[in-house]
Each structure stands twice: as structure tokens, then as C-alpha cells.
Design a protein around this ligand. Structure first.
Ligand SMILES: NC(=O)c1ccc[n+]([C@@H]2O[C@H](COP(=O)([O-])OP(=O)(O)OC[C@H]3O[C@@H](n4cnc5c(N)ncnc54)[C@H](OP(=O)(O)O)[C@@H]3O)[C@@H](O)[C@H]2O)c1
Length: 385
């Protein structure tokens, strides 16, 4: 089968090659991969893997062999999957790391979810965010755009930090209440920082953290060192924390949650670049050069899956996400935008609903373990619903 494999001599250390069919363990199913997505870490660190490794973690496709232990979706199910060796025509993956894709969700959009979406969701679950100030750095990137939307859905006051003003486009529409370049203009303490950038900006962001607040160290896209001033990591009062993130085990239920939100029009997959595998070098370079606003997804060439997107290759626009049909609409957190001939709602949802509609929609997103503190907080902290 064809696969994108690590080759230290190839541009970006990746090339299209061939590999043996994957051997599935009893708890694994085999997916016929239709779409994959790229993440900065995979592209940046491809050269560190042994030559010949099938790379990638994010895929979506159709189950062609069910797990022999009886778990997971059946043959023919459309799934999105997270696991090593995703950038191949077929992938063996643990049944605990897949979720079935609702009929109305495009497989390319589903492929854009796993790594970045799970990271955003799980880091936001690190503490109660309802009514809290959440700072997201690298907010225009793959993780950042999901984090903005999910934090807004969770009722946070969202501050999106970008590297330059041109990268701010569209972030308010996703749910950001404030969009800043670097940390300019963040003049009040924040409760939670999702940091994708690292470097000296991280040291500066730490100074903005409220007592008891926390930093989730997701990534270090700047590739620059951080120097903390003497005693800046020492304080009295409720401790401030800084925590690494890498908990991407058993992501199936969280993938299902993200897919439900995409299906309901509450989460935009933010696929900015689409193409086919033969443009891997171009796409990887665009990602590293900070020219991608969101995610890169592509499909395998030479097939014409019925669920493939009908948009032009390399196009910028994400498809219109169907407008949420449900009654769970919260006042004042909503943002609405028009894409192509469709309308969709991002951030939380708009107007008309009752307070309990609003809370239940958020709790659905932030279901265990975050829902408990969220419910407890709802009465005293909810703004607008
Ligand atoms: N721990 C985990 O499990 C995990 C999971 C996923 C991702 N990650 C890591 O998290 C980070 C973000 O991933 P991603 O997929 O969202 O990447 P991405 O789409 O490439 O986004 C990275 C963002 O970082 C910003 N950035 C890059 N260099 C910068 C610099 N020198 N100064 C300020 N901002 C800079 C860019 O900002 P502008 O757009 O404003 O230019 C870009 O939007 C990466 O380091 C990745 O490796 C870790």
C-alpha cells in the first residue's frame, strides 16, 4: 500500500512510498484511509523518526476489518481515528481511539479533528472555565482555533493571542472576545493559559496568571528558549501551576463529542488547506511558515470516495457547517458568519434559549470530568444564561 514515510533525504523528511499492509492486534480495527490531516509537531519532527516509519496520527475513512475481540465499529462504518501510522492507505488502530462519523460530517473535516481537537478539549478540561479568563496563544493555528471555539462554548472569556495582526482574521467570529498580538493589551489577570508557542512569550504570559491559575504547556511553536526572571516562579497565596500535556490515550469518546459538535454546527473544523498527497511538501512548508489558518487536510489520490469534499483542491474555505437545528441556544456568546451559500454558528449558540438549554449544551461539550464543576459554577458565574 502507499504511505507517507520518513526519509531523512527527502524535503521535509517525508516522501510517498510503499509499506506492508498493517497487522491488526485483536483490539484493533483496520481503516481504509480516505483523508488525513497534518499537525505542526508531526511535520516539524518527522526527521527525528527512524527512516521508513509510516508517519502521522490523524485519519478518517471506512472500516474494512473489525477488531477480532468484538469491540469497536463494524465493517463499513465511517470513522475518524487517532494513532501512529495514519498517513497510509490503510491503518490499524485501537478501537478505543476511533469514533463513528455522523452522516452529515465530511470525512476530510473529521480527519482534521483528532490531534488538535483532542488537545484543545482536554486542556480546557483541566479546570472549570465558565466565566473565567482563558488566554490561548498560537490561537490562529490548528489547536488554537479549536480551543477558541470550545472555550467559548464552555462559557469562558476567551483571549486569543496571535503572532501578527494579519493572523487575527476570523478569530472573533470563532468566539474570541479579545484578539491580541503577542500579549499586548492583556491588562487583567487570566485564569488559564493554553500555551502553544513557548519562548519568551510564555515567561511573559506567566506573569499574567492569576493566583491559583494554571498554564497548560501544549507546544513550543516558537522554537525559542524561555527565561524566567528570578523568583517569578515563587509566590504566596494559591499556587500557580504549569503542566505539560500529552494525555492522548483512549480518545474515542472525546472524538465522538467533537464530532457531535461539528454535526450540530457548533464547532467548525477550520480546514484551511485541502489537496492531495502529492502536495505534501508544499502543505508542510506552508504550515511551518505560518501560512495556514487552522488545519491542513488531504485525501489520497486516485480514488473518488463518495464522501470526498467537492471543493477545489487547496481551497481556503471550510465547508459551511450545518446550522444547529436544536433549541439549545445561549444569549450573547454566539457569533454567526456566512460561508459560501451556507450559514453556521460558531462560538456558543445564539439567542432565544433558556438558561437550562444553555447549560445543558455546554455540559454536553464539557461532559465528565468538567461538567461537574461547570454545573456547580453555573448559578453564580453564568453570564447571559
Ligand atoms: N502536547 C501535545 O500533545 C500536542 C498536541 C498538539 C500540538 N502540540 C504542539 O502545539 C503547538 C501548536 O500546534 P498546532 O498544530 O496548533 O500548530 P500550528 O497550527 O502550526 O499553530 C502554531 C501557532 O503558533 C504560532 N507561532 C509559531 N511560531 C511563533 C512564534 N515564533 N511566535 C509566536 N507565535 C508563533 C503561529 O502563530 P501565527 O499564526 O499567529 O503566526 C501558529 O498559529 C505545536 O508546538 C505542536 O507541536 C502538542
Amino acid at each position: 500500500m502507499r504511505a507517507l514515510i520518513v526519509d531523512p533525504d527527502a524535503p521535509g523528511s517525508l516522501r510517498l512510498g510503499t509499506n506492508a499492509e498493517p497487522q491488526a492486534a485483536p483490539h484493533q480495527l483496520v481503516v481504509d484511509v480516505r483523508h488525513i490531516s497534518l499537525n505542526r509537531g508531526e511535520v516539524a519532527f518527522a526527521g527525528r523518526l527512524p527512516a521508513g516509519t509510516v508517519h502521522g496520527y490523524d485519519a478518517a475513512g471506512v472500516v474494512v476489518r473489525a477488531a477480532t475481540d468484538g469491540t469497536g465499529p463494524a465493517v463499513g462504518a465511517r470513522v475518524t481515528a487517532f494513532g501512529a501510522g495514519a498517513w497510509a492507505q490503510r491503518m490499524a488502530v485501537d478501537t478505543t481511539a476511533v469514533a463513528e462519523v455522523p452522516a452529515q460530517v465530511d470525512l476530510a473535516d473529521a480527519a482534521a479533528l483528532p490531534m488538535a481537537g483532542i488537545t484543545a478539549l482536554r486542556t480546557l478540561r483541566s479546570r472549570s472555565i465558565l466565566g473565567r479568563r482563558v488566554l490561548i496563544t498560537g490561537a490562529a493555528g490548528g489547536v488554537g482555533r479549536y480551543a477558541i471555539q470550545l472555550a467559548a462554548l464552555g462559557g469562558a472569556h476567551v483571549i486569543a493571542s496571535v503572532g501578527s495582526s494579519s493572523r487575527a482574521d476570523g478569530l472573533a467570529e470563532l468566539g474570541a472576545h479579545q484578539v491580541v498580538v503577542g500579549l499586548e493589551g492583556v491588562d487583567r489577570p487570566v485564569d488559564l493559559i493554553l500555551d502553544n508557542v513557548g519562548g519568551q512569550q510564555l515567561a511573559a504570559a506567566w506573569e499574567l496568571l492569576a493566583p491559583g491559575g494554571g498554564v497548560q504547556n501544549i507546544g513550543w511553536a516558537s522554537d525559542e528558549p524561555a527565561v524566567f526572571a528570578p523568583y517569578s516562579l515563587v509566590s504566596v497565596g494559591p499556587p500557580k501551576t504549569m503542566t505539560t500535556f500529552g494525555g492522548v490515550h483512549e480518545v474515542g469518546p472525546d472524538l465522538a463529542t467533537l464530532l457531535e459538535f461539528v454535526a450540530a454546527g457548533r464547532l467548525s473544523p477550520e480546514v484551511d488547506w485541502r489537496g492531495s498527497w502529492d502536495r505534501v511538501t508544499e502543505a508542510s512548508q506552508a504550515l511551518l511558515d505560518r501560512r495556514i489558518a487552522g488545519k491542513v487536510a488531504w485525501m489520497w489520490s486516485g480514488r473518488r470516495p463518495t464522501d470526498a469534499p467537492s471543493r477545489r483542491a487547496g481551497g481556503r474555505a471550510s465547508p459551511p457547517v450545518p446550522r444547529s437545528p436544536g433549541p439549545s441556544r445561549c444569549r450573547d456568546h454566539g457569533r454567526e458568519r456566512v460561508v459560501g451559500d451556507g450559514r453556521f454558528v460558531v462560538g456558543a449558540v445564539r439567542a432565544q434559549g433558556t438558561a437550562s438549554d444553555c447549560r445543558s449544551s455546554r455540559n454536553q461539550l464539557l461532559s465528565p470530568p468538567l461538567s461537574a464543576p461547570l454545573v456547580a459554577d453555573a448559578g453564580r458565574r453564568a453570564r447571559g444564561c
